[in-house]
Design a protein around this ligand. Structure first.
Ligand code: PLP
Length: 437
């Protein structure tokens, strides 16, 4: 196996290849294979882009059919059949059943493009530059999104001052007993707090890159009220937590909040094809024609697979229930791991199929992640210090494979920490049947 060409030709900026130093050749569902035929279970899902797995047959067929029909692949923002059919399907199966009246803006195809557009729009509407973002928030690495991203590693690479964003403490950031909404309320109400009146608040309901931190439903509702009181727009960045990851199409559904603006990307096309959207309440659509553009706003192949993904997975509530059930399995397994080790060694957090095993020692997390990969499971770490082992399997993974992947993680933890530190009576006793009730 040789990765020499990547060392020789590709920039030092490359990242995941360092965590997974093999040459991948093929992928199907929740599995990948390298050039030597070694099989890996996918607990990474392209950082949340492959909720429906690799090369899902229904989506692959949509690609092949579309290509075979000589449909437009590149369409800027022109009207095409693929875009029309996506909009019809998205309206019929996603927006209408949820009584959402959002208008849809197709932006450049990556998540950060959608965030840039959302922030720009909010600033235009309110005529104010400041935006509230949260500690550990991650919204992308281009100028505006990066300014709203907390992690110093990304911010330091910018080379220019990042401004017009005020960071506030996310739910739980100041400990379990401090309601951070009260703190934010105080900062915004006091004209001497030094915080310029914001145009909007941007928030992830579960912080994916920031360490699988979960905002409580109540906290989100309080945040929405706070936005209303202070005339700020509420932007939910659902790029990672959306498209079913937490058990509902939009991650904020269980909280009952009604964001003014929503960003979606990652698993929207369902096939790993780049596509991003901004959803906005109709009265917020103050764009003048062409005021925000981008050459790749019309990835029609992605529209074709996105339409098919919505049809295949979101025509009923069954898929969401399946995600919730598997999420419970993962949650129970995490609980078992936490309880198997001395108190304080590990903790667990997450929602749906977006879960994390947290160690206060990032070095330990790194060693476990490397061991997990060596044992055949692709997994990444997240959090400000990479202290969280992030379990992000494709939502379609079958339960046996999910169990197998969790077993690999457990064995890897045992081999990194040594069995001595494990309470032996607690190893491998998870009753998954209970978790699937
Ligand atoms: N917003 C969130 C919540 C994300 O998780 C990410 C990427 O991980 C982005 C925005 C940026 O998306 P992209 O990397 O496609 O620009």
């Amino acid at each position: 196996m040789s990765l020499k060409i990547f060392d020789r030709m590709e920039s030092e900026v490359r990242g995941y290849i360092r965590s997974f130093p093999v040459l991948f050749t093929r992928a199907k569902g929740a599995q990948l294979w390298d050039e030597e035929g070694t099989r890996y279970i996918d607990f990474f899902s392209g950082a949340g882009t492959l909720n429906y797995g690799h090369n899902h047959p229904a989506l692959k067929e949509a690609v092949l059919e579309y290509v075979e029909s000589d449909g437009l692949v590149h369409g800027l923002d022109m009207a095409t059949t693929a875009k029309k059919e996506f909009l019809e399907t998205f309206g019929r199966l996603i927006l209408n059943p949820r009584a959402m009246k959002y208008k849809v803006q197709f932006t450049g195809p990556t998540g950060t493009n959608a965030v840039e557009a959302a922030l720009k729009l909010a600033r235009q509407i309110k005529g104010r530059s400041n935006i509230v973002s949260f500690t550990n928030g991650f919204h992308g690495v281009t100028g505006g999104s990066l300014a709203a991203t907390g992690n110093a590693k990304f911010r330091d690479a910018s080379g220019v001052a990042l401004g017009n964003v005020t960071f506030m403490p996310y739910d739980g950031y100041l400990g379990d007993n401090i309601n951070t909404i009260e703190y934010i309320e105080r900062m915004l109400s006091d004209s001497s707090s030094g915080v310029d009146k914001p145009a909007a608040v941007i928030v992830e309901t579960v912080q994916g890159e920031g360490g699988v931190n979960v905002a409580g439903h109540r906290w989100l509702r309080d945040l929405e009220q706070l936005c209303r009181r202070h005339d700020m727009l509420l932007i939910v960045d659902d790029i990672q937590a959306g498209c079913g990851r937490t058990g509902t199409f939009f991650s904020f559904e269980p909280s009952g909040i009604k964001p003014d603006i929503v960003t979606l990307s990652k698993s929207l096309s369902g096939y790993g094809l780049p596509m991003a959207l901004v959803l906005m309440n109709p009265e917020l659509d103050v764009w003048s024609p062409g005021a925000h553009n981008g050459t790749f706003r019309g990835n029609n192949l992605a529209f074709a697979t996105a339409k098919q993904a919505i049809q295949s997975f979101w025509s009923s509530d069954d898929f969401g229930r399946e995600v919730t059930r598997k999420g419970k399995m993962i949650e129970m397994w995490l609980q078992h791991i936490v309880e198997s080790y001395p108190e304080g060694q590990f903790s667990a957090r997450g929602r749906g199929m977006m879960q994390g095993l947290v160690s206060e020692d990032p070095e330990l997390t790194a060693r476990i992640a490397a061991e997990v990969f060596a044992n055949g499971v692709v997994i990444e770490t997240s959090g400000s210090r990479d202290e969280v082992l992030k379990i992000l399997a494709p939502l379609v993974i079958d339960e046996d494979l999910l169990r197998k992947g969790l077993d690999v993680i457990e064995q890897s933890i045992v081999s990194v920490l040594g069995v001595k530190r494990v309470q032996p009576d607690k190893i491998r006793v998870v009753n998954f049947a209970r978790g699937t009730r």
